[in-house]
Design a protein around this ligand. Structure first.
Ligand SMILES: [Zn+2]
Length: 402
């Protein structure tokens, strides 16, 4: 009898543990995308940090110690090796499209609905952010659709139409169109109910004023360049991805009652990898790690309601890590390839060689990318799955139908 009672008790305890587990819905959701960040990019950054600490091995990044990990397939509807807009479409809408298309089906007609719109319908505040231009492929995948990812003006016009709450990043690419004779996208966005801010201080002041409910916050230094400075070139006081995340959380948390969704892209990892610039890659991955740490600090305050995902859209560069003489050479690189003058490529190649790093390509590769997850619903993001599963799993974690 005693044995039966304790068995029953055990089942009851197990059942209630399950119920608690199931009742933990993700209310605050972060999706970080390291553009072009393969597992080798993460491993190299961890090895660099270990080397700086005087050790051979691996030092954790803010996200590489997350308890749940997975592998994500990235192929597009047209190519085994995807581009950022096809991949962005897959993990924003749950459907694959052809390379260079954005938020639109392979038939070039059917518009695909981003998960951001579905979450908004369920009452969540929406933030879309990147250290690249705000109408660049990955952020654009979360609010726009076009048959071409480079139709920047048309994509930019769709930003205010989304009605989303916070946009943060570099300013509009082709603000006045390709021929620079159209009405400024920034002006149109302002005329349609958005407050547009510049720099860290302005958005911080606007955040305090809760009568302002929709904002586009630009963090780039000058409109000559529509992205934030590369980490390796950054001067003191210039904004970085973590500044955007800090402002984004502050703005959205003060205005939500049903939660928020933040998509944040570390867009420059990809550009450094295209340049086969390993030092640049490492500094960008550290930037992403610091931005994720801001979300981790938030998670620590709301652990039962927060979900943080960190993944990539594809791998860039076919990065190979061979035996290294250490990674001190990375700190000796004075800037990104483009800023090193005529011999930039040679300088970079010799620094890569010293670090035992090689690149297999100047383009993207089709290898699976990692997924790191922590918090409410994080257990859904384990094993091997497709990038189109990501928005479906996000909706499930939040307790909504896809
Ligand atoms: Zn790329």
């Amino acid at each position: 009898m005693k044995k039966i009672l304790s068995t029953v008790l055990c089942i009851v305890v197990l059942f209630s543990a399950c119920s608690v587990q199931n009742s933990k819905k993700a209310k605050y959701i972060f999706l970080f995308v390291g553009d072009g960040m393969g597992i080798a990019h993460v491993t190299l950054t961890e090895a660099y940090l270990a080397d700086k600490a005087g050790e051979i091995g691996s030092e954790y990044l803010s996200f590489s110690k997350f308890p749940y990990t997975g592998f994500v397939t990235t192929y597009s509807a047209s190519h085994f090796t995807t581009c950022s807009s096809a991949s962005g479409t897959a993990f924003s809408t749950g459907y694959k499209t052809k390379n260079h298309m954005l938020g639109i089906a392979p038939d070039s007609i059917t518009k695909l609905k981003s998960v951001t719109y579905k979450l908004k319908e369920n009452g969540l505040k929406i933030g879309v952010s990147s250290n690249a231009g705000i109408n660049h492929a990955t952020p654009a995948s979360f609010y726009a659709s076009n048959i071409s990812r480079t139709a920047y003006y048309d994509i930019g016009l769709q930003l205010w139409q989304s009605g989303f709450d916070f946009f943060g990043g570099g300013s509009f690419i082709q603000d006045k169109g390709k021929t620079k004779d159209l009405q400024s996208l920034e002006e149109i966005t302002k005329n349609n109910g958005y407050t547009v801010t510049r720099g860290i201080k302005e958005i911080s002041d606007v955040s305090e004023n809760t009568s302002i409910d929709k904002v586009v916050a630009f963090f780039n230094e000058s409109d000559d360049v529509q992205n934030l400075s590369y980490a390796i070139n950054r001067k003191p006081g210039e904004a970085k991805l973590s500044d955007i995340i800090e402002a984004e959380i502050k703005f959205l948390k003060a205005r939500e009652n049903k939660g928020f969704f933040i998509m944040a892209e570390g867009g420059i990892i990809d550009w450094c990898a295209h340049d086969n610039d390993a030092a640049g890659v490492v500094k960008e991955v550290i930037d992403l790690s610091e931005a994720v740490q801001i979300a981790v600090d938030f998670y620590n305050k709301y652990p039962d309601e927060t979900l943080i995902l960190v993944t990539a859209d594809h791998e860039t560069g076919g990065l190979i890590l061979r035996n290294s003489n250490g990674y001190a050479s990375f700190d000796g690189q004075a800037g990104s390839v483009g800023t090193l003058g005529e011999n930039g490529k040679e300088i970079c190649d010799s620094i890569n060689k010293e670090a035992g790093v090689r690149f297999g390509t100047k383009g993207h590769t089709g290898i699976v990318v990692p997924m790191y997850a922590i918090g409410a619903g994080a257990e859904l993001f384990t094993g091997k799955f497709d990038n189109t599963d990501i928005p479906r799993k996000i909706m499930q974690a939040a307790g909504f139908e896809f």
